[in-house]
Design a protein around this ligand. Structure first.
Ligand SMILES: NC(=O)c1ccc[n+]([C@@H]2O[C@H](COP(=O)([O-])OP(=O)(O)OC[C@H]3O[C@@H](n4cnc5c(N)ncnc54)[C@H](O)[C@@H]3O)[C@@H](O)[C@H]2O)c1
Length: 311
């Protein structure tokens, strides 16, 4: 029987991934943790407040709950990381080292750790960024993700561990608000379209970025974690692709349901981050190794986002 520990479980990804893990492994077998307690009183599942920088507490929770797999989601995302680079380095790197060390000490079967398209930088090919390519990120978040990928590969090789990872594009979901990334605009735009009918976009109209609808991201995560290890040729982190679009294109897609929707463009520092990332991702290795295939395109996602947020 698997017993799963999730760090950063109350974030944008955790909120949705946890529901799937609870369904697969049983609610009582998924232990949710985050640095803050949940805001809602009624919370389905076991929850512990845990700062991933507190290795002693992490060791104790893992041991006392007979954990066999860790999903380590706690992190500071790209836009927030630029505001507090030292803190971002500390949480993203020391938090990961603590998780890897606890997993090594307690012989945890599998660890999942998300990477990001932020590992790429201005020198990476813009279109269909390959699995193995130049990775010279110029954001502190991207630097922690490249270092994290290398660290996971080191632990896999050196200690014969099973740590798996995906380079997510920008994630878009309706169950929770995003946590300070460059691609957050693609979630906020739906909320504003329904609330006020206007949106002030922090990127330029033509700023194209790789994105993914949350049900695809959750499915990819579970499919990778459940894949036969013998089929996995990537020791670091898999490229993962969903769709690519610009703010102008998502606005057009929203106008199919809300014709008067209006967008103003006021690019800020997030535009500089976006410009350093690729336009699209080549995920052919993931498709080959564990038969990955995204299900949603932009219009299908828009329809679902609007119908869920309308309620
Ligand atoms: N959301 C995206 O678009 C996206 C894209 C690429 C990669 N990722 C990666 O996926 C993972 C989850 O992202 P997310 O969107 O859910 O982020 P989020 O910011 O919404 O959630 C992160 C969670 O971590 C918690 N946290 C922060 N510091 C902590 C600490 N010291 N100890 C314990 N918990 C702490 C926060 O309270 C928050 O609930 C991250 O590793 C992120 O880098 C996300």
């Amino acid at each position: 029987m698997e017993r799963i520990l999730v760090t950063g479980a109350l974030g944008q990804l955790g909120t949705e991934l946890v529901l799937k893990l609870q369904k697969l492994f049983g609610t009582e077998n998924v232990i949710l943790t985050d640095i803050h307690p949940p805001l809602i009183e009624k919370f389905d599942g076991k929850f512990h407040t845990l700062d991933v920088l507190d290795k002693k507490a992490l060791t104790k929770i893992t041991w006392e709950n007979n954990i066999t797999q860790i999903y380590h989601l706690a992190a500071i995302l790209s836009a927030n990381a630029e505001k507090t680079p030292n803190l971002a380095w500390k949480i993203n790197m020391d938090g990961l080292i603590n998780v890897l060390e606890v997993a090594r000490e307690q012989k945890i079967n599998k660890v999942y750790w998300p990477s990001s398209i932020a590992v790429f930088g201005p020198d990476t090919p813009k279109d269909l960024a390959p699995q193995n390519t130049i990775m010279n990120p110029n954001t502190i978040y991207g630097i922690t993700k490249v270092a994290g990928e290398k660290l996971c590969a080191y632990y896999n090789d050196k200690f014969d561990m099973d740590i798996r990872s995906l380079r997510y594009p920008g994630l878009i979901g309706h169950k929770s608000l995003p946590g300070g990334g460059t691609t957050d605009y693609a979630v906020e735009i739906f909320h504003e379209a329904l609330k006020s009918g206007t949106f002030s976009c922090p990127l330029t109209a033509g700023s194209i970025l790789p994105m993914m609808f949350m049900p695809d991201a959750v499915r990819a995560t579970i499919e990778l974690m459940e894949a036969d290890r013998r089929n996995l040729s990537v020791n670091t982190s898999y490229n993962l692709a969903g769709m690519s679009f610009t703010p102008e294109e998502i606005a057009l897609s929203i106008r199919k349901s809300i014709p008067d929707f209006n967008v103003k463009y006021s690019p800020d520092f997030r535009e500089t981050i976006a410009e350093s990332w690729p336009n699209s991702i080549d995920d052919s290795v993931a498709r080959e190794d564990w038969k990955w295939k995204a299900a949603y395109n932009l219009d299908e996602m828009t329809k679902e986002m609007i119908s869920h947020l309308k309620i």
